[in-house]
Write a protein that binds this ligand. Structure first.
Ligand code: HPA
Length: 254
């Protein structure tokens, strides 16, 4: 079976070139998930890929049914999740093309269904380390093995989208301590925590955030950086899953 899932976003369907759709229902008690998961091999590891924007890419960040996506992965027995997110760079080190494994989140999104809590169950989960520390360390080790430069640590600021931010919003996020800005990091990470599924994130910086380099955001340049960067994300994931396979007694890790 498949224990590992990668939730992929904009520009990452190239990772799934040889993958095939799993024949499962998208319906969950929270509504429909974004797409049928794709299954295949990353390196020699069986991995499930879920395209959070749907296939073809059509669901805006604020309209993604994050709860259905996570609930479906849980039902399918997924035990750990790596999220791939393209982001804008706010901090000087977050230049276009850079890979970052963030360790903190600030959530500026609003109006999204952000919890599995209902009248029967209330989730007050610890979110001091919003990303799973062990998986974050594993991603850092995987980057070293694959000789890929990755910045470990940083703050992911999640905005509502689908529009990009204003320079004033980015300045505010900068003074809040955000390293990068994306639109889909939350509530995905929080929902994974509620379900107790270890979850980590790899960000590919695809553009300088608004106002950080010139008067506007260049969408054509984003597509180019994204294409080149996803090849490195693919290598990072292969190395990451190879590392997991090499570990004995994985389930005993805390
Ligand atoms: N802002 C928000 N989300 C993004 C950006 C950005 O500049 N680039 C890629 N995703």
């Amino acid at each position: 079976m498949f224990a590992h899932a990668v939730i992929i976003g904009s520009g990452s369907l190239t990772l799934a070139a040889d993958f095939t759709p799993l024949d499962v229902s998208l319906e969950t008690r929270y509504g429909g998930a974004s797409a049928r998961p794709l299954v295949g091999l990353l390196g020699s590891t069986k991995v499930m890929l879920l395209a959070r924007h749907g296939i073809p890419h059509r669901i805006a960040p604020h309209a993604i049914n994050y709860r259905a996506n996570l609930a479906m992965l849980q039902t399918l027995g997924i035990e750990r999740i790596v999220a791939v997110n393209t982001v804008g760079g706010i901090a000087p080190e977050a230049k276009a093309g850079v890979l970052i494994v963030p360790d903190q989140i600030i959530d500026y999104s609003w109006g999204r269904e952000q919890s599995f809590s209902d009248s029967n169950k209330l989730y007050h989960v610890d979110f001091s380390s919003p990303y799973d520390r062990q998986l974050g360390n594993d991603l850092a080790d995987a980057a070293q093995r694959a000789r890929l430069d990755v910045i470990v640590g940083g703050v992911y600021g999640c905005t509502q989208g689908p529009r990009f931010e204003t320079p004033a919003e980015i300045n505010r996020m900068d003074s809040d301590g955000c390293t990068v800005v994306g639109m889909t990091g939350m509530p995905e990470a929080g929902l994974a925590r509620e379900l107790g599924i270890p979850y980590a994130c790899v960000c590919l910086v695809v553009n300088p955030a608004a106002g950080r380099d010139g008067d506007s955001i260049d969408l054509d340049a984003i597509a180019i950086v994204s294409r080149a960067g996803m090849e490195r994300v693919g290598r990072l994931l292969v190395s990451f899953f190879e590392g997991l396979e090499g570990l004995e007694g994985l389930e005993e890790r805390s």
